[in-house]
Write a protein that binds this ligand. Sequence first.
Ligand code: XMP
Length: 523
Amino acid sequence: MDKIIILDFGSQYTQLIGRRIRELGVYSEIVAGERAVEPELLRDCKGIVLSGSPYSAYQEGAPAPNQSMLETGLPLLAVCYGIQWLTLHSGGNVERCDTREYGSMPVRFLPEARANPAWASFSNGLPERFSSWMSHGDSIVAPGEGWKIIGVSDRGVPAVLAHEHKPWFGLQFHPEVSHCEHGMDILSRFVFDICGAKPGWSIEAYLEEEAKLLRARVGAEPVLLLISGGVDSTVAGAFLLRSLNPEQVYLLYIDTGLMRKAENDEVMRNLSKLGARHLEAVDAEAQFLGVLAGESDPEKKRHIIGDMFIKVQQTAVERLGIPNAFLAQGTLYTDLIESGKGVGNKAQVIKSHHNVRSPLIEKKRAEGRVIEPLDRLYKDEVRALGRVLGLPEEIVGRHPFPGPGLGVRILGDVTKEKCDILRDADSIFIEELRARKLYDRIWQAFCVLLPVRSVGVTGDERAYKYVLALRAIQSEDGMTAQPFAFDMKDLFEISAAITNRVPQIGRVVYDVSSKPPATIEWE
Ligand code: XMP
């Protein structure tokens, strides 16, 4: 399968570049920006993309591509920092801009863009002028040797560069961002016309290839999958059941007592339907709530939940009596990238705390016995795989749910009573969103139970009840988010539905914060 490699220098948009290329039907792989050429890495590789970066090209410690990557003879597309670095290291100049350019910025091609056939095919079919998406604090002031400016922004900033002797292009703007007009056209010109890549990437192809690899790797040995109830582990379960003999697949689900309403039954029902033979649910609610009692510090709560998870998991796995089993996990491509494992050492480690560092998993990893069948997929691709595997839409389209569950959505100390109140409120919120056909337009929605009570009236009586916050956001990948713009009427009705049906809640508020500066979850 033809592929495009993306050298990652830590830009928040690197993943988007990878996704966009896959949307074009071509397999893409993000690798550490500094990675050197290896035969396996370059197999079927048709082109290389250099990503952006939070660094300045002239800064000390700025990440740099390995020289060997620049000598492959392959076409190259350098985005933002990528082209600034190349400029600086080929005799050109890059300086800090007076004002940081961020957002929409018109760009126009210069007549030079048609000066030779390769350049013409890069800009072929694009309008002379279009609205790009910029995000940079530095700017190219003089191109490097062999480079020509073939497009500029309305402020005169070099925006598109091309190399005179190599199939190399540079963009100051970000074609991968959806607000960039013709961004996909530009990527498509590069991938198909300049690199000559052929589309071969599809979920069906992935399923077939991964299944073959998996069978060759595990033979008839047992495989144990830890399922959380979320989309990823359920799809991983469906994948194992489809690719292996269901008799060798062991599924273990831990009910922490911090799950959503009816979640346990739903998980078990769906996996049974897929033909699971060994499906075990461990009821650990009392243990989790026991150790959480009285604790209100968010970080401590996370640790308590993580530690208890490991304890319960280990006991349950020992009981299963398959000590040498392979251990499967529903890790996604983004999980690897976000925890800094899959990519360069300059990538910001943003969410490593989200993945429990389980000694069991680490031991299995050291033995080379961890299976991660989704680790080359993005979330939307996992959903597509779930559909191909026959999972129902309610499962594959489900919003993400954090590992520590309701534990981080009950601010302050966690009790069973609060979990039950939150479960009821949350299920009404989700039910209302589905009924109003809003659920699929929202990336993630949930309720947060606040550690304050407020005064209200119920009938003629004064009441003193919980305050509930609603959170509904739109996002591409959870790294940034905007609050969902509800119709006020919807919000009023949802609020009324909750306060009518959950007697302990007296007041509902809507969280209108973006990420950043807020996070999606409240703790
Ligand atoms: P934040 O709150 O960091 O959330 O903006 C971004 C996304 O990650 C989810 N999240 C978690 N997922 N374990 C997880 O598996 C966690 O500890 C965790 N904390 C946040 C959150 O729900 C959102 O989708």
